[in-house]
Design a binder for this molecule. Structure first.
Ligand code: UGA
Length: 432
């Protein structure tokens, strides 16, 4: 099939690559000309494991192309996927400006086309958006009764390619049969495939992300209590995780959830619930808990060091999670700001996210070498569990630090090994 993907962010680009790998002639349309030329020359503009290689394969076998010309791209195309951002707007509700522009441009581009065409919204949208907002815009601009479906995406940054190649389920929301040709696109995937209404499909996405966010917030709250009681949270997770109703996944405690999805999606669902007169105390509590959790890093520092004024703190891990350079809603930012507010100096490090973090905190001192961040530090905070941090040489750290305090937010180091090296281990979820 001939497929158009609108938006070359990590969802759009990964989706485009995987459709191309499935043998579909895929065209990714991106409005930023710099990004288009970078992609045409085979350069992925962000860090996503495996994507660079997969992109080069698709470019060399000509299954994937890039353009800014939407009208040219939709000629003879059977389906278009809207993969633009839905950032957080006022009061938690989502901002539909990019969706509106994509829907109107797409409708205009389809006006002179005769062949059947389906529009699928992959961007995360509040229930009712595909049917009541996108469909009218597309239909009015095109002058055609084009079917508009919802096809939520469940891939994670850092493992986007794997998740898109091996989805655990595919959900398509459609309100008329005309959209069912979307299933032909997914015929090569062997996983449960579910057809719902567009509003149900949109709700599936919000409930999935919100449940996972609430699960993490619960894990963080319980891990804080376990730390206080000197109980190892990772052992508790082992103990509860064999119960199929609970399972051990997404219980990793830390400084809170970040990224472009969970904080925004929980806020949007909470705002919707409020607006509909069904307020969700659980969602609000998860957001409150998540705002407070990064400050655990500061209280652990204060417990170990006393007053932080004049202290030097190595802050390791600036990305919102490992294997990405994305810093949206990263917990490193509130931690960095709180350190500065206490009159201490943060020396930061991240294997991939130094540049992106600099755009959030231009004043940050960020060094390329992790041991240069640690040298002379009174304490080290591990914010992101990059694999290289779990392989740090503890004896070298102990020799280079002025102090001896390790605040491990992600269960990255072994407390006993730290103690053996003469380091004081404090963290979240793993009692020393
Ligand atoms: C999330 C969902 O997991 C995807 O299914 C969804 O498609 C995506 O949002 C989206 O809506 O586009 P993502 O935000 O990329 O994916 O990354 P996650 O691995 O879910 O992590 C989100 C945050 O939760 C990170 O800050 C991570 O460190 C944190 N987290 C995750 C924990 O603190 N503990 C865990 O056990 C798992």
């Amino acid at each position: 099939m001939r497929v158009v993907v609108i938006g070359a962010g990590f969802v759009g680009l990964t989706t485009g690559v995987v459709f191309a790998e499935q043998g579909h002639e895929t065209i990714v349309v991106e409005s930023d000309p710099t990004r288009v030329s970078s992609l045409q020359s085979g350069l992925v503009p962000f860090h996503e494991p495996g994507l660079q290689h997969a992109l080069n394969e698709c470019i060399s076998n000509k299954s994937l192309t890039f353009t800014s010309d939407l009208a040219g791209a939709v000629v003879d195309a059977e389906a278009s996927f809207i993969c633009v951002g839905t950032p957080q707007g006022p009061n938690g509700a989502i901002d539909l400006r990019f969706i509106e522009r994509a829907a109107a441009n797409l409708g205009n581009a389809l006006r002179n086309q005769k062949n059947p065409h389906v529009v699928a919204v992959k961007s995360t949208t509040i229930p009712g958006t595909a049917a009541d907002y996108v469909a009218p815009i597309v239909r009015e601009a095109s002058g055609r009764p084009i079917p508009v479906a919802s096809n939520p995406e469940f891939l994670r940054e850092g493992s986007a390619l794997h998740d898109a190649r091996h989805p655990d389920r595919i959900v398509i929301g459609m309100d008329d049969e005309g959209a069912s040709m979307l299933w032909d696109l997914y015929s090569g995937f062997d996983c449960p495939k579910m057809t719902f209404s567009t509003t149900t499909a949109e709700m599936v996405k919000y409930v999935a992300n919100s449940f996972l966010a609430v699960k993490i917030a619960f894990a963080n709250e319980m891990a804080n209590l376990c730390d206080d009681l000197r109980i190892d949270w990772t052992s508790v997770v082992e103990g509860i995780g064999q119960d199929e109703r609970i399972n051990p996944h997404f219980f990793q405690a830390g400084f809170g959830f970040g990224g472009s999805c969970f904080p925004k999606d929980v806020a949007a669902l909470s705002a919707l619930a409020e607006a509909r007169g069904c307020p969700s105390g659980l969602l609000k509590a998860a957001l409150g808990n998540n705002a407070a959790q990064p400050l655990r890093a500061i209280s652990l520092l204060e417990t170990g060091l006393g007053n932080l004024e004049g202290k030097r703190i190595a802050l390791l891990g600036l990305a919102f999670k490992a294997e990405t350079d994305d810093v949206r809603e990263t917990r490193a930012l509130p931690i960095f700001e709180a350190i500065a507010n206490q009159g201490a100096l943060a020396i930061c490090h991240d294997p991939k996210a130094a540049e992106t973090f600099r755009s959030l905190a231009p004043q940050a001192t960020i060094v390329d070498d992790v041991y240069a961040a640690i040298a002379g530090a009174d304490a080290v905070i591990i914010q992101t569990n990059w694999p290289e941090y779990s392989r740090l040489d503890l004896d070298l750290i102990a020799a280079q630090m002025v102090g001896d305090l390790i605040v491990d937010g992600r269960q990255t180091l072994d407390p006993a090994a730290c103690a053996k090296a003469g380091l004081r281990y404090r963290g979240i979820g793993r009692s020393a």
